[in-house]
Design a binder for this molecule. Sequence first.
Ligand code: ATP
Ligand code: MG
Length: 364
Amino acid sequence: MNLARVAQILGMTESRLQGLQETIIRESAWPEPRLLRFEKEASGVEAGTVVFENGDIAFGYPKIRRPLFLAPAIERHFSKAVAVEEKMNGHNVRILSVSSEMVALTRGGFICPYSTEVARRLVPEEIFLKQPSLILCGEMVGPENPYVAKEVYPTDSIDFYLFDVAEKNRKKTLGVHKTHELAERFGLKATAFLGQFQKDGAAEKIRQIVVRLGRQGREGVVLKDPENQVPPIKYTSSATNCSDIAVGFQYYNDYATDFFLSRVVREGFQSVEWNESEEERRKRAQRIGESILLPMIETIESKRAGEIQNLQTARDFEYHLRRSGIRAIFDPPMPDDEGYRIGITKLVMSTNDKTQALLDGEMW
Ligand code: ATP
Ligand code: MG
């Protein structure tokens, strides 16, 4: 690997790069091809940035910031218009072709064997034959998504939705309009484009969109600059905030308190910005309260009742999950119409053990 060239593309000196190789840059040799991975952000290089052994570089997908008060944020952040896309709830992948093999990278910069298999099934090879340096950034969603399983999307397994396009060795992505053009040209699905609005009055239109999405159990929106001059921002529905809270309280001891606080604060700002009536506020309060208490009670009761709270691609995925710090149990493969079905149970031992200890009378 030509270190000077890599450092130049990453925008840092060679000695800085060498320094980072001893700290935050990690090597990953499996699955092939081998790669170097930025475990954290450094010198303006996003976490999840990958340098492959052949020298190809895929920059990490940038973080998307979240305003709590939408109207003033739109006013300050965007220059003229705002493009609105659905925010889909699954996991972020970057799909690219390295030495003529398609691979899918996770946010953190691992090659995920499962996502790679899905990508090879869903993304036509032709795209990379015509444009070998493309990086397709998108969300994998659906009930069979092993990271975030959601039933609300029109698939009974897993699907890929493009939301951005990047190129190897380039930090900048191509933006919302080029992304949808490319999706159209190659017959890929893309995250829904829900309209483009002038800044004035956009917040109200977006409110209506977010309310509608929330009713459908959808996550929310990502707001993008049509000219791709400023980074996108994200905004989520109350339904999503509450369903996150519900999952969190089911495993109340495994989630950081900030996870809960940030979501409740989002609800507070949303209620104020949307000028809710007394009755709407009470409904919101009830929704939040139920998301907190009911799943937690279920966890405690099922523990008391003695129920156990448990959960060649599958083996690989098992290994991959383990190295990502996720503990899981894989059921033995069961044949079904299309192949094999494997149940995966995520282990959340901390809440499990804690609940037992508390039921035994231990102090919090
Ligand atoms: P962050 O971007 O702050 O790291 P996170 O990892 O907590 O966020 P999310 O809150 O889900 O993730 O928000 C950002 C992610 O949303 C993106 O990384 C991407 O995977 C996903 N996403 C879904 N739909 C879109 C879309 N239309 N445009 C851009 N990103 C989208
Ligand atoms: Mg997400």
